[in-house]
Design a protein around this ligand. Sequence first.
Ligand SMILES: Nc1ncnc2c1ncn2[C@@H]1O[C@H](COP(=O)(O)OP(=O)(O)OP(=O)(O)O)[C@@H](O)[C@H]1O
Length: 341
Amino acid sequence: MTDATAPPAPPPSAPPGTAIEVEGLSKKFGDFAAVDDLSFRVQPGRITGFLGPNGAGKTTTLRMLLGLIRPSAGRGLIGGQRYADLPAPLSTVGAALEATNFHPGRTGRNHLRVLAATHRIPDARVDELLELVGIPAAARKRAGGYSMGMRQRLGLAAALLGDPDVLILDEPANGLDPEGIRWLRGLLRHLAGGGKTILVSSHLLSEVEQTVDDVVIIANGQLVRQGSMDDLHGDPNTLLRTSDADRLLRMLREGGFTADHSPEHGPGALRVVGDDMVRIGDLALAGGAPVHEMRTLRTDLERLYFELTESPQHQNRNRAGAGPGPEGVGPMNTVDGEDQR
Ligand SMILES: Nc1ncnc2c1ncn2[C@@H]1O[C@H](COP(=O)(O)OP(=O)(O)OP(=O)(O)O)[C@@H](O)[C@H]1O
């Protein structure tokens, strides 16, 4: 029987889950603004990469979100509340900030059991999590002998102990081998699929590129870009190579495509807006134009990331005057390249 006086159910479009909201967050250490008027939102059910070069202010931001240090201005909210005001922090937010803060003489399993006991979580949950993070046997050894990757896995298990709605992980892929990174990707995808809100920091876009749905990119404590990975990738184009470029270009335009010569890709190259290769290929075949190459052109994200975070405006304050960045990619490089896949 239904109660006619009951409040109506929330509309199905209301996003379930717990969002993270960062509003004008700042942190000064003396005169130094480690985080500077930073605002962004992290959506439930999605994995968000929190990206920025070393020293950009990622850890400081996460520490403020978790109430470990006090903001100089602004606030970080989890489900609309400051961390300190959460009635059930362990089941709201799980965090793994550093992979080193385990008692070296205690086994990983005991570490989790102690943590679990203080929150009346049964030991069975500990064993379940050790299975989940892939260290059921190793967790019976002392944590002091753990590799970085094992400490990361144990930290993740600790973060998941209270089955929280929100996961905040600082550089969780550090110390994991490629197989471990693939495993982590699968686990985070699974957790986000269950509605969890996941914020993962990294100083490498390439490390999280295949893992995250959204990105928040910061440099020198300030926001430089926020959006989905699709936004970051931009619209795909198609590169075509032919021995009869003028003719094929005419045919493509008559077929409704926006296209042009692309001399930077060599002789006979055409760039077509969009990636409808079936229609493009059919058009070329129908017109009898030989196609020697056809592939999708995408923004080179690694270059874009350096462009965003190392532009003259955002050049890393910790490396000012230190010359160009990794592999000679310096602030003067522009984002006109695409990857070759
Ligand atoms: N307690 C502190 N006192 C003074 N400066 C600090 C303090 N904590 C952090 N900083 C400085 O604030 C800046 C941001 O540091 P933070 O650790 O937040 O960067 P990060 O983006 O997490 O870098 P990384 O990727 O290297 O971990 C750095 O220049 C750092 O030296």
